[in-house]
Design a protein around this ligand. Sequence first.
Ligand SMILES: NC(=O)c1ccc[n+]([C@@H]2O[C@H](COP(=O)([O-])OP(=O)(O)OC[C@H]3O[C@@H](n4cnc5c(N)ncnc54)[C@H](O)[C@@H]3O)[C@@H](O)[C@H]2O)c1
Length: 395
Amino acid sequence: MSMTVGGNINLGVIGLGRGLVLALPALAAHPEIRLVAAADPRDPARARFAAEFGARTYADWQDLLADPAIDAVYIAAPHQFHAAQAIAAAQAGKHVLVEKPMAISLDDCRAMARAAALAGTVLITGPSHSFDTPVRHAAARIAEGALGAPRLITALNYTDFLYRPRRPEELDPAQGGGVMLSQAAHQIDVVRLLAGSALRSVRAVTGDWDAARPSEGAYAALLDFANGCAATLTYSGYARFDSDELQGWTGEFGQPKDAAAHGNARRRIAALAPADEAAAKLSRAYGGADSSTPPPPIANEQFGLVLVSCERADLRIVPDGVWTYSDSARSFTALPPPPAAQYNAVAAFADACLGRGLPPQAGAWGIDTVKACLALARSGRERREITIEPEGQAA
Ligand SMILES: NC(=O)c1ccc[n+]([C@@H]2O[C@H](COP(=O)([O-])OP(=O)(O)OC[C@H]3O[C@@H](n4cnc5c(N)ncnc54)[C@H](O)[C@@H]3O)[C@@H](O)[C@H]2O)c1
């Protein structure tokens, strides 16, 4: 289908979970997006969405895609459904914003990109932290060239990812669980945008440190880019050190964070019977008892320390902006927060649907990020460097 040009975007949401709760303030704030429909198997979530937005709701996402009034969909169902839903959406002529990770296998990602290309529909993977304003500002500065080529990127994030209530598959690496696809996808998107080059290889060590909660919960990785830039990624989801401390106690969504909350995630999980964990996860989903959104942003979103060394200066990305360290001076560019967390990805999607241009995270972009995530996991398992084959030349 041809792109919608001008006018509003009639958006349908597929999956009314935690992801939607986080994206909802941005979707609701965008002047060109109308939330007209939603699909979710959970009755209470559908009833609440219908009441809140006067929207049509469907228990089965295929019925939503059959609705001719819908221009575009935001897919925020669990990872394992992304591919089938995005392919069917493209075939129905709908533009797609699909949550990260794009899908859990490369074949699925490729089929999604092919379906969108064939249909002429937009496909964007996000929101991811590569949409954060300071990341985009730094990437644009690097691409201008005055700072010289990027040489070394350090990205480091310590969170409580593993101790938030989870669905069983979210902790099972065989089903796309653990931090490799859910969290490395953010870090890899960020460093790919900053490096501005194809990834050549990955060497990683991965960690599964808690026998009571077996999963992939941590990694250290070295990424080698074709332009000679290297990136080191460090991630721990084990809820001890919290790298938001290095970001002025700004949370992932640009919200103020309470240092005294340290240890809460582990305490809450420890107090839950394992059989109650899935219900606790759902209580944070749309319509759930604990479904409040983070407080409005006072700064930009952030995903931990990010430092880029270029030939002529270092850049440090922080929630309030970007620091530049040159040979002789240290300067700061202040960057205001968006109107709502995740607004940049939503706005980029709206621009793409309305024919105003595509962001880097469109089309095949998500394939390369998932390829890097899977290479990272494989490198950890096999304890060796994994070469990344460019798309089109892979075996
Ligand atoms: N970008 C981010 O910061 C971010 C944050 C959270 C989640 N996410 C992504 O959102 C996706 C969902 O994760 P979540 O944490 O919201 O999960 P969740 O368990 O909170 O919610 C999943 C929702 O999908 C519904 N659902 C289940 N099967 C479905 C189907 N076949 N079709 C439609 N809906 C279905 C469930 O009823 C539930 O409402 C994941 O891919 C995750 O990576 C992204």
